[in-house]
Design a protein around this ligand. Structure first.
Ligand code: G1P
Length: 296
């Protein structure tokens, strides 16, 4: 059973300056909820309640977000504003949170390796919080991946098709299709130019990794951009055993870009925020209707 989910969250978020000058990019709100909270909710829904974060300098507000805020909570207790904290309180009450710091930024592979002491010798999930993944009305992306892991017991990366000219933003895979939506990976390249890309199947920020990945990362030389890339370590794992790539159900928004962030905001406003407001608006009515029914 996978219980742990690692959030690499040490990056500077330079694409969102000046907003991220003194605020972690993971705390950027999509409507009224910070990106990191969407990620932790997705993990919790998938049954992963041991949350591990790799943070860095200037990221203290992440820890504070997943903690009680006594003064504020006393101030709003017994008002309808309490509702707004229900989601985060559910996570705080049901998950554990542990943190470690990445001292130097040496790439995603290095960030994941930094999380090793928090993970130990078990399979775990990785969420890159600026890839916001939503599947309203269906299973979240991590839930889908955990189900696959329980069946195949190997590392899995989430993929989606991207326009060929965008391959240089992603890790790109190629492999044999073993189902419509599952590939057995035989090639993986980090941010290839379109002419060098093995396909247009791009890795997005959801992974399930078996713990042998840590030794493989340790043996991985700096790659693209002089950074230690998880894609390169996964390629070794694919050569030695098996890595699957899974075309998930749902929507993914690249909240590291202004366009993706605005799209995510509009989507969440229409599909999550308004639906929740409507639910709360109906709640007192339903209570009255129920009472009337029981009296009748
Ligand atoms: C990282 C990975 C890349 C992956 C991407 C998904 O890149 O290195 O393989 O496709 O996340 O968002 P980054 O966006 O952190 O540069």
């Amino acid at each position: 059973m996978i219980k742990k989910c690692l959030f690499p969250a040490a990056g500077y978020g330079t694409r969102f300056l000046p907003a991220t000058k003194s605020m972690p990019k993971e705390m950027l709100p999509v409507v009224n909820t910070p990106l990191i909270q969407y990620g932790v909710e997705e993990a919790f829904e998938a049954g992963l309640n041991q949350i591990a974060m790799v943070t860095g300098r200037g990221k203290r507000s992440l820890e504070d977000h997943f903690d009680i805020s006594y003064e504020l909570e006393r101030e709003i207790s017994n008002t309808d504003k309490e509702n707004a904290l229900k989601g985060i309180r559910r996570l705080i009450d049901n998950c554990t949170f542990s943190y470690t710091r990445q001292i130097e930024m040496k790439g995603l592979g290095h960030a994941i390796l930094t999380g090793r002491p928090l993970i130990g010798d078990e399979a775990f999930a990785v969420v890159l919080a600026d890839d916001l993944c939503l599947n309203p009305g269906g299973d979240g992306v991590l839930t889908q991946m955990v189900k696959l892991y329980n069946q195949f017991r190997c590392s899995i990366v989430a993929i989606q098709e991207v326009p060929p000219e965008e391959t240089s933003k992603y890790g790109v895979i190629a492999g044999e299709a073993i189902r419509d939506d599952i590939f057995r990976v035989d090639r993986m390249v980090e941010k290839p130019k379109p002419e060098d890309a093995p396909s247009n199947l791009a890795i997005i920020g959801r992974y399930i990794l078996t713990p042998d990945i840590f030794d493989l990362i340790e043996q991985t030389e700096p790659g693209k951009g002089g950074e230690i890339q998880i894609t390169d370590a996964l390629m070794k794992q694919a050569q030695a055993g098996c890595v699957l790539a899974y075309k998930f159900q749902g929507q993914r928004f690249d909240c590291g870009s202004a366009e993706g962030y605005i799209e995510a905001t509009n989507f969440c406003y229409e599909n999550i925020y308004k639906a929740e407001l409507e639910r709360q608006r109906r709640k007192p009515l339903e209570a009255v209707e129920l009472k009337e029914t029981s009296v009748a």
